[in-house]
Write a protein that binds this ligand. Structure first.
Ligand SMILES: CC(C)(COP(=O)(O)OP(=O)(O)OC[C@H]1O[C@@H](n2cnc3c(N)ncnc32)[C@H](O)[C@@H]1OP(=O)(O)O)[C@@H](O)C(=O)NCCC(=O)NCCS
Length: 388
C-alpha cells in the first residue's frame, strides 16, 4: 500500500520540436532541460537529482546522458539516473522521480526524455527498435513493430464491429490536433481517404496508421508542493501514479485486443487519485499505431471493450469531445522520439492544465491522464494530473 508523504507537483515543462533534428542528442537534451527550468522559474542549482530517459543514445554516440546533461547545466555534482524502458522510458523515469519526491528524498528534480535516431534511416531504426521486442520470439523472427501491431489490429477487426476506416479516423483526428501544435512532427491535415490510399506498411496498417520515427527531447521539473508554491502559481498536482507489466512477447498473451499492463497501471493510478475514468477531461495515450489508441481508450476505462473504434468514428475522442484523446496530436502526429514520449505527454498535461496550450486547449479541463508503454505494452505507466 502506497502512503504518499509529500504532495508532488509539476512546476514547469519544456520540449524541443519533434521531427528530424540536426542538433546532437546532448544538445537537444540540454535544450529541453533549459526550457523546463526556465518555465519553472528556478535556478539549475535548485535541482537535487536528474532522471534521464533514453533508448538509443548509442545511435548518436552518447549514452550515460545523465551526467552529461547535469554537467552542461553547470550542476555536475548533482546525482542522475539514466533510464531505459523502450518506448515507455519517459513515463518510467517520471514515475521514479515521482516516487523519490513523494518519499521526501528530494524537494525538486529534473526529468528529461530524449531520442535522436532519424539520421540512421528507416532500415536501421526499424532494426534498433526491434531490439525492444522480445527479440528471441519476435525481432529475430522478422517481426517489426508495425508487424506486431498489425496482428493486434487484425484481431480487433475480427473480434469487434470495427473497420479499417474506423482506425483511420484516429489518425485523422490526431493529425487535426497536431496541426494546432507548433512542436508536432507531422503538421498536416489528412482525410480518411488519405489514410486508406496510403502505402500498406503491415496489413491492415497503412502509412498513416503509423507514428513516424522522430527525434526530440522533453523535460519537466517535479517538486513537492511547498517548493512549488514558493516558486510559482502555475503548477499542477500529480494525484495518481501506476505501473504494470504484460508478457513481453505477444504470443504469451491470452488476448491481442487488450494490454494487461495498461489495465493494471490504470487501476493503480485511479485508486491513488481516488477517481474513475469518468472524471478525466483529457488523456495523452500511447497511439504508436491507430489500433493502439483504440485499445488504450478501452483499457483506460473510457469506453467498453469493443466500442473504442465506434467512439473514434463518432468523434467522441476529438478535441472537446466527451473525452479529448491526444490533444497534442499524439505519437501519430506530434511524433514519437521514444525516450522522450512519456515526458512529452506530461509537458502536454502541464500546459493544458496551466492554460499554456493555445488553440488546442481542452475547455475547462481539471484532470488529465497520461499513458505510455514500452514495446507492445510489455511495460506501462499511467499518471493522473489535477489543476490547482
Ligand atoms: C511508417 C514508416 C515505415 C515510414 O517509413 P518510410 O517509408 O521510410 O518513410 P520516410 O521516412 O522515407 O518518409 C517518407 C514520407 O512519408 C512521411 N512519413 C514517414 N512516416 C510517416 C508516418 N508514420 N505517418 C505519416 N507520414 C509519414 C515522411 O514525412 C515523408 O514525407 P515527405 O516525402 O513529404 O517528406 C516508419 O515511419 C515506421 O516504421 N513507423 C513506425 C515507427 C515505430 O515502429 N515506432 C515504435 C512504435 S512501438
Amino acid at each position: 500500500m502506497f502512503v504518499e508523504r509529500e504532495s508532488v507537483c509539476v512546476l514547469g515543462g519544456g520540449s524541443t520540436k519533434y521531427g528530424k533534428l540536426d542538433d546532437s542528442i546532448s544538445d537537444i537534451t540540454l535544450q529541453a532541460s533549459v526550457g523546463a527550468i526556465e518555465s519553472a522559474g528556478i535556478e539549475p542549482k535548485e535541482i537535487e537529482a536528474g532522471y534521464i530517459s533514453n533508448v538509443f543514445g548509442v545511435a548518436d554516440k552518447q549514452v550515460h546522458l545523465g551526467p552529461v546533461v547535469m554537467s552542461n547545466l553547470g550542476i555536475s555534482e548533482c546525482p542522475s539516473l539514466s533510464i531505459e524502458s523502450a518506448c515507455g522510458s519517459g513515463s518510467v523515469s517520471f514515475r521514479e522521480a515521482f516516487a523519490n519526491v513523494a518519499a521526501g528524498f528530494y524537494d525538486a528534480v529534473l526529468v528529461t526524455g530524449t531520442e535522436k535516431v532519424t539520421h540512421t534511416g528507416t532500415d536501421w531504426t526499424t532494426t534498433y527498435f526491434s531490439y525492444c521486442s522480445d527479440f528471441f520470439y519476435e525481432g529475430q523472427a522478422g517481426a517489426s513493430f508495425p508487424g506486431l501491431f498489425a496482428s493486434m489490429a487484425r484481431a480487433y477487426l475480427h473480434e469487434f464491429d470495427a473497420t479499417e476506416e474506423d482506425l483511420a479516423s484516429v489518425a485523422v483526428k490526431n493529425h487535426e490536433n497536431g496541426v494546432l501544435n507548433p512542436k508536432a512532427h507531422l503538421r498536416k491535415k489528412i482525410s480518411i481517404d488519405d489514410v486508406m490510399d496510403s502505402a500498406v506498411v503491415a496489413s491492415p496498417l497503412k502509412l498513416y496508421d503509423c507514428c513516424p520515427f522522430s527525434d526530440g527531447a522533453s523535460s519537466v521539473i517535479l517538486c513537492n508542493e511547498k517548493f512549488a508554491k514558493e516558486h510559482s502559481k502555475d503548477y499542477v498536482k500529480v494525484i495518481g501514479s501506476g505501473r504494470g507489466g504484460s508478457p513481453a512477447a505477444l504470443q504469451g498473451r491470452e488476448q491481442l485486443t487488450t494490454i494487461p499492463s495498461t489495465r493494471i497501471a490504470a487501476e493503480a493510478a485511479y485508486k491513488m487519485a481516488g477517481i474513475t475514468a469518468k472524471d478525466v477531461d483529457f488523456a495523452e495515450v500511447h497511439d504508436c499505431f491507430t489500433v493502439a489508441e483504440v485499445v488504450d481508450s478501452e483499457d483506460l476505462g473510457f469506453f467498453e471493450k469493443g466500442t473504442g473504434a465506434t467512439a473514434a468514428r463518432n468523434g467522441d475522442t476529438k478535441l472537446n469531445g466527451s473525452i479529448s484523446i491526444n490533444p497534442s496530436g499524439g505519437l501519430k502526429s506530434k511524433g514519437h522520439p521514444i525516450g522522450a514520449t512519456g515526458v512529452g505527454q506530461v509537458v502536454e498535461a502541464f500546459e493544458q492544465l496551466t492554460g499554456k496550450s493555445g488553440e488546442r486547449t481542452v475547455n475547462d479541463a481539471k484532470i488529465g491522464l497520461t499513458q505510455n508503454f514500452g514495446a507492445t505494452g510489455a511495460s506501462c505507466a499511467v499518471h493522473i494530473f489535477e489543476s490547482v
